[in-house]
Design a protein around this ligand. Sequence first.
Ligand code: ATP
Ligand code: MG
Length: 408
Amino acid sequence: MKQSLLFVKTAKDAPKDEQSFNAQILMRAGFIDKLGAGIYTFLPFGLRVLNKINNIVREEINKVGGQEILMPALNPKEVWEKTNRWATFDALFRLKGNDEKEYALGATHEEIVTPLAKKFILSYKDLPFAIYQIQTKFRNEKRAKAGLLRGREFVMKDLYSFHISQEDLDNYYETVKQAYYKIYERLGLSDITYLTYASGGAFSKYSHEFQTVTEMGEDSIYVCDKCKVAVNKEIIAEQSTCPVCGAKDLIEKRAIEVGNIFKLGTKFSNAFEITYQDQNGDMKEIVMGCYGFGPSRVMGTIAEIFHDDKGLLWPEAIAPFKIHLLSLNQNEEAEKVYQTLTAKGIEVLYDDRDLPAGQKFFDADLIGCPYRLVIGKSFVNSQKLELKKRGLNAKEELLTLAEILLKF
Ligand code: ATP
Ligand code: MG
């Protein structure tokens, strides 16, 4: 992508009406724009990052048999009444259609997915299966002051699984847990993300959250560093030792919930009367699980964690571009380099703007692509470009284009 053609520009100062660090830096760097509290537009760079996060999640959930669908965000009131959540789900956006019918904007989709599954389940032969979507959710969050960490409109991956027995659910739940570990590993968050024991509802002692440690986090967790697990403060009364090794010396940390997995049991299958016929012809209850993940919250979390005083430091797997190519008055040569790299399938942001070098360096640090490639005077003298990894104090390497091609 050529920066001269981009309609978005970076900004020197943080917008005054935004308090959260993640939204401030993402707005300054041109990744998102704010429409209102908890409501953001994803601009070209931001959408590239979000799509990369979504694709990592998609790949790992597909591997554990998830079948992707897309459910409506506009939900008739009746389905939410079936579970009594029309009245009890605090953050539900409720609205009237012009036919006097009432609707909710989807805040989560158990009420949609359960009657959907019912249409296709007759007998044990139709089970198990798991379906998911990556979709915009709406919640009338009271405090929407944490940028992408708490949107009123945000992106969620929600997976739901349907089973003939608790045992089958338990097995699948473990499989999904492993898939989540893989996702956080690919996102570069493994080291600071803890499987966290939280309260579980009627069907299991615990649910599990994935909590990423950051000062900006709204939750408090108690960490056992030896076992890499934690307990949510909300249940610490019940579980004050490490649930794995029993250690008592847990350390309190601030964290943000970036995903959670939950055994729903028969709560929703009973509400929607969904059953299956077993091998003996008897009608049995279906057991469900649900597995949430917040791609837009993860993007905000990564901005909170991976930055320095100059700007963002994207992990390679989700960076908007791999290389930021800066031309310092060498546009003709740089154009060739840009064409060569992109032809090789490398994602390059090419700063071909008619601006002083200082401005280009400033923006490159702010935007935070993993590699900066400068084509300036040394190219005229020695055919060499300057390659520098973002965030390292290491000196630039002087390399020919051929050498660079070997590296990527
Ligand atoms: P929280 O306690 O932080 O409000 P939650 O328990 O309401 O989260 P779920 O309803 O289980 O979360 O949603 C699944 C995932 O969606 C969460 O793990 C989180 O990553 C993401 N998520 C939830 N609410 C928001 C929000 N307001 N903005 C951005 N992401 C969110
Ligand atoms: Mg919530």
